[in-house]
Ligand binder design. Sequence first.
Ligand code: IPM
Ligand code: MN
Length: 356
Amino acid sequence: MKSYNIAVIKGDGIGPEIVDEAIKVLDAACKGEDIELNYEEYLMGGCAYDATGNPLPQETIDGAKKSDAILFGAIGGEKWDTLDRHLRPESGLLRFRSELGVFANLRPTNVFDELLDASTIKPEVLKGVDLFVVRELTGGIYFGQPREKLEDMAYNTMVYTKEEIRRIAVVAFESAMKRRKEVCSVDKANVLEVSQLWRETVEEVALDYPEVKLSHMYVDNCAMQLVRNPRQFDVILTGNIFGDILSDEASMISGSIGLLPSASVGGLVGLFEPIHGSAPDIAGQGISNPIATVMSAAMMLRFALGEDKVANKIEKAVANVLRDGYRTKDLAEYGAKEVCSTTKMGSIIADYVAKI
Ligand code: IPM
Ligand code: MN
């Protein structure tokens, strides 16, 4: 029997309800596979601030570092928006990523044929989209010094070292080798020195991957191309803030931000979370979509635990559940045979997983 320790951080808003469903599905998927997952819960975000005065308690950092992988829900909410920046839930998450050293954020976007109508973009533009954003996560303007807010001016600094660019580029090229062997590196090299270094360094890394076709694109053009013709992309390699923006944009290709998972890897322990936020406005109503978190759990099995077979089972079950017309409320208008609550959706996916 293989046994893994999973640190579970449910967070705020809909975080707890979607993570509970992901755990339900994980347990169903591991059953009969000789894999045991042991879960340990930790606090982070607004709930951690309320309980301890700190959005990222030391106990959470220590527990997470000892685990084999971290399953994360979502954090934040209006309630904590007026706190000083360093006490806000978002600061806790950024510090957490940095503490763990998870510099590579992987955000896949695919379309399910059954949901082609759910997007605001025309179905014929979307059909067959399968792209993979590799976003640098622990550098760039999010972390650069100096930064300060004064009375009448404020500033942040965009910094990348060559080494930071090199290691994220390697992740993008390695990802491309397992896919369609194309990398589009996105920057703003017509304006920013940081982007010029980015481009040069990516070119150097490309020399080690002669099979991969590398192209460069300015970020403003990329934002436009994602809507115009998203099928042109395989792997998109980009920095922290550009990746933040482009991956939200890319998520709309799949029809609902409630579908898309992410993995943050490359550090001590991998962190797996849906790309959406904590949606406090719908928390506790049983209408949130747990699929993004379920798919993040599948990424956890693949990228942190090396359990590809179990990960595939979960992804297949989700595809089949959608094919058979089960929808949470966010997708109720698109081919629903049955509109399910959050817990019902989790249970149905778990049933399907058990049958694979
Ligand atoms: C994300 C989020 C975070 C980010 C916020 C909550 C700090 O938007 O994971 O994309 O900007 O990285
Ligand atoms: Mn974001």
